[in-house]
Design a protein around this ligand. Structure first.
Ligand code: PLP
Length: 488
């Protein structure tokens, strides 16, 4: 297979390509062809011949370069990135601080396996996480490669430390695609369908989701906590090793728990000797405008799991927590061939440097202000959008009938498809697939952000107008690329 450059000889040949690649990628949206364009279409047809069809794709375009808030495809289109590779490239997809450290590490060595011989960047990443995660107590950290692997290791640690087996998780939770984390994940399709049986001892409790709480948002915390106590009582509270929750749910639909719910859970866990685990894989590392989303609720986990943005695009995840828990595991009980790979650790040190020098948390709050100004009014207009929610640069709108809250997934898919066609990459999420989520890189420029939001706003209005005009927008427009929602 030959990967052609999008810049053909007619435009100046190799010298032109080299000149282009040394220039910063223009931070403007540009449509040179339809999306997907002819080169992407050809490459996608080839992909189908070689890649398992088990992998979905949100937008079948092939990327040539990415930087700041732009993904440039092989047809030369410049697409606004409201996905960040699912909350990964928060510091930008080609952040110079990350690139410099990875380049230097690449020249020295790529791998030793930390269980075979050591390197100090691993220690430095652990030290940073021990210092910056919430909780004023002595901590230790263990590094891994994927989020699911880190969540599983948090369970191993909690079991070793407590001598108990059971795990409590919540409605609408997402924790990964490995067998144990699939069991912990709530949504059946596409994550769990046909993949069982799953490991046992996973129990599910209500999540204080304000919008759909049957007793009303103002009662969600008290009633959901009572529901949690009921599940624990029925199963035997002292048989639970861990309680695991996302401080803001990701795949489940960017649901922010009702105020006080996280603190209430922490207190319940403490009362019953259950390890309280915060899965900050999607919401953490600055995404919400604080370094960790649980800071908004003043809550620290006994263990906290990080990933996604931690490695700045290289695979790196971590479990950080109380020293007495982290050191309760027998020597040799934790590890992994690639766990804390040197290139990934170098990248993470670049990510930390970007946060220390770049005021990225302020960037997330600026994004929230701008997005709120454009999208929040949609909730009060005559549109089937029932909530604008999230924090910082982790924001979403939910499509449902205003009166009945009946989810409108096809509308969300059609809006996403229209955004994609116009060069704005948004993702769909939610248990009902009816939520459009925005996860722009924290470094996205203001003009680019506003351009992308204007496209999204226009897409919402025009798709809704089409659907009420009796056209088929609601039933067919979503069958294109937008319906193939990507799942983290
Ligand atoms: C993405 C995600 C995971 C799984 O991470 P992988 O790296 O895909 O294994 C777990 N928990 C949350 C909250 C996530 O968003």
């Amino acid at each position: 297979m030959v990967l052609d450059s999008p810049y053909d000889v007619a435009e100046g040949g190799l010298a032109y390509i080299e000149a282009m690649e040394s220039l910063p990628l223009a931070q403007t949206r540009l449509l040179r062809t339809a999306i997907p364009g002819p080169r992407s279409t050809t490459l996608h047809a080839e992909r189908v011949q070689h890649v398992s069809s088990g992998f979905g794709v949100a937008l079948p375009v092939f990327i040539d370069r990415a930087e700041g808030g732009i993904l440039q495809d092989v047809d030369g289109n410049r697409i606004i990135d409201f996905a960040s590779g699912i909350a990964v490239t928060s510091v930008g997809a080609s952040n110079p601080l990350v690139q410099a450290r990875v380049r230097d590490q690449l020249a020295r060595f790529t791998h030793t396996c930390f269980m075979v011989t050591e390197y100090d960047s691993f220690t430095a990443v652990c030290e940073w996480l021990n210092t910056h995660t919430p909780g004023d107590f002595e901590k230790r950290t263990a590094l891994f490669s994927t989020g699911a692997e880190a969540v599983e290791n948090a369970i191993k640690i909690a079991r070793a430390a407590t001598g108990r087996e059971k795990i409590l998780v919540f409605d609408d939770a997402y924790h990964g695609r490995s067998l144990l984390t699939m069991a912990m994940t709530a949504k059946e399709n596409p994550y769990k369908t046909s993949f069982g049986p799953f490991p046992g001892e996973v129990h599910r409790a209500p999540m204080a989701a304000p919008l759909r709480w049957p007793g009303g948002a103002e009662n969600a915390t008290v009633e959901a906590l009572a529901g949690v106590e009921a599940v624990l009582a029925a199963q035997g509270a002292d048989t639970f090793a861990a309680m695991v929750i996302e401080p803001i749910q990701g795949e489940g639909g960017f649901i922010v728990p009702a105020p006080g719910f996280l603190a209430g859970l922490r207190d319940i866990a403490a009362r019953h000797g259950i390890v309280f685990v915060l899965d900050e894989i999607q919401a953490g590392m600055g995404r919400t405008g604080r370094m960790f989303a649980s800071e908004y609720e003043g809550v620290a986990g006994d263990l906290v799991v990080t990933g996604k943005a931690l490695g700045g695009g290289l695979p790196l995840t971590a479990v950080t927590g109380r020293v007495e828990l982290m050191n309760a595991v027998h020597a040799g009980g934790l590890g992994g061939t690639y766990a804390g790979n040197p290139l990934a650790c170098a990248a993470a040190l670049g990510v930390f440097e970007a946060f220390e020098t770049g005021d990225l948390l302020a960037g997330a709050l600026r994004i929230e202000d701008t997005v709120r100004r454009v999208l929040e009014p949609l909730v009060t207009e005559d549109l089937p959008i029932v909530e604008f929610r999230g924090r910082g640069a982790m924001l979403a709108i939910e499509f449902a009938d205003a009166a009945t809250l009946e989810p409108r997934p096809l509308l969300a898919a059609a809006v996403a498809a229209r955004c994609h066609a116009r060069g704005v990459l948004v993702l769909v999420c939610g248990t009902y697939g009816n939520v459009i989520r925005l996860l722009p890189p924290l470094v996205i420029g203001q003009e680019l952000l506003e351009d992308g939001l204007a496209v999204l706003r226009e897409a919402v209005e025009s798709v809704y107008a089409d659907s009420t005009a009796g056209s088929t927008a609601d039933s067919t427009a979503g069958s294109a690329v937008g319906a193939a929602a990507v799942r983290a």
